[in-house]
Structure formats: structure tokens, C-alpha cells
Design a protein around this ligand. Sequence first.
Ligand SMILES: C[S@@+](CC[C@H](N)C(=O)[O-])C[C@H]1O[C@@H](n2cnc3c(N)ncnc32)[C@H](O)[C@@H]1O
Length: 253
Amino acid sequence: MNDFKEAIKKSYGNAINKHTQARLVNQSSCCAPPEEIAKDDQSSCCPSSASESKLESIVPSFGCVVNLSHKANIQPGDIVVDLGSGAGHDLFQAADMVGPEGRVIGIDFTPDMIVAGLKTAAEKKITNVDFRLSDIENISILPDNSADVIISNCVINLTMDKEAVFREAFRILKPGGRLVDADIIAVNNLPPEITQDPEAWCACLGGALTEEGYVEKIKKVGFNEVNVTIFDNFDYLTNRFQSGIIEAQKPLS
Ligand SMILES: C[S@@+](CC[C@H](N)C(=O)[O-])C[C@H]1O[C@@H](n2cnc3c(N)ncnc32)[C@H](O)[C@@H]1O
């Protein structure tokens, strides 16, 4: 399989810069950068409703499930890590929920996303957040057993080595901690014209696994109590996709 990482970084760097420059930040959320959404409207992998985050007017969402932090049942005082945080749409919502005793750390490998997130945090004087530049396949900057909840919105489908991401999530979570991954799920195995197309990858489609594919990798690294909730269905070419949340728990011992 080709490595599409550079295309993904460039695509999301362009997407956040377009939002910043054009101040088109109050558009509906979508996991695919505007220029990368496949031409067919049906292919949009996101619900059409806009997010209800308080910061939605300035922080664009590229996610595939709205209000992820609320759905993740984040509690005051929690330490939360957002894998592929983008400019922080879900992260800032989580920051509100964890309060002054908690902390939310966003990880992203696109420098302009990190810059946008840091800028918002500074402008809004939000002090319980961090944005760190890293590939989520190897998050050496975060210690073992340190997070209560890991959230991720429409990112793991974009990664080349999904098992490595789940292994890192497992390592970082405290015993009993939860992974809440909003993602794109392929209903059937995808054909090469999608899995080998960089545009399909950037649009969150080319790297999507089936539900069984995600669950197998999640269980393989040690998680248990894996549950999948589907929120939406759509087609691209002749392939059916779903957006949903895959939740899993790190055992207590
Ligand atoms: C579809 S956007 C979602 C952004 C954010 N979660 C949201 O909902 O707005 C995907 C994000 O994942 C990041 N990303 C993709 N692959 C990554 C990787 N291997 N490591 C770190 N970040 C990655 C991209 O830079 C981009 O910001």
C-alpha cells in the first residue's frame, strides 16, 4: 500500500488555512476538506447538521460525528487526549466538560492545525488545553497510563498503521480508561480504486476498515468491551459507508 501521509497533511493544512483566511468557519461540519470531498454529493461522509459546540463559530469541525465529547461522557477532572484533534473543535468542547481540574491534549501531525488550535486557546484564554505536534502512530511525547478518555473524530481511518494507533491509545490510557473513536466504517471490503486513491484517503474513505476490521485490531492490542454505534449511512461509487462510534475499555488489570 502506498503511504498517503504527505497528501493527508497537505490536504488538511490547506483546509484549515482556507477556513482561517475565508472565515468560512460556520459551515456545516465535514470530515473531508472541501476540495477533497468527492464530486458526488452522496459521498459526503458527514451528517449535514452543524455542531453545537460553543466555539463552533470559530473552530471548524472536520469530524464525522457531531458533539463527540458529549457522546463520550467526559467528566469533570478527566484527562482527555484527542487523537487527530485538528483545530480543536471537539477538544474545546471537552475542555469545557473537564473544567479547571482536568486537561485536554490534542495531538495532530498537521502543523497548521496545531497553530490554529493554539491561536484559539490563546485568544479565548482557555488554559486547560495543550496542542502537540505528533503522528498518532507513535506518541512518544505522552506517558503510559496517563489518560482517562481518548477521543478521536474521523482520524484513525486516515492512518496507515491502525494497529499502532490502537496500541498507543491502550498504552496511554489508565486502567479502566476508555477509547471513543468516531470513524468512517466501510460496510464491505473496499476495492483497489478506492484503497489506492489518495483523494479517497484524504476524504476519509480510502483507509476506512469494516466494523470487523476495526474491532479485531482494537481487541488485539488488549481492549475489551468493544461497542459500535452507527449514526449515518452513505454511498460513494458503489460502496456503502457508515459513520459511527467505536468504544472500547482498557481492562482494570
Ligand atoms: C478529518 S480531520 C478531523 C479533525 C478533527 N478531529 C475534527 O473533528 O475536526 C483529520 C485530522 O487528523 C489528522 N491526522 C491524520 N492522520 C494523522 C496521524 N497519523 N497522526 C496525527 N494526526 C493525523 C489530520 O492532520 C487532520 O487534522
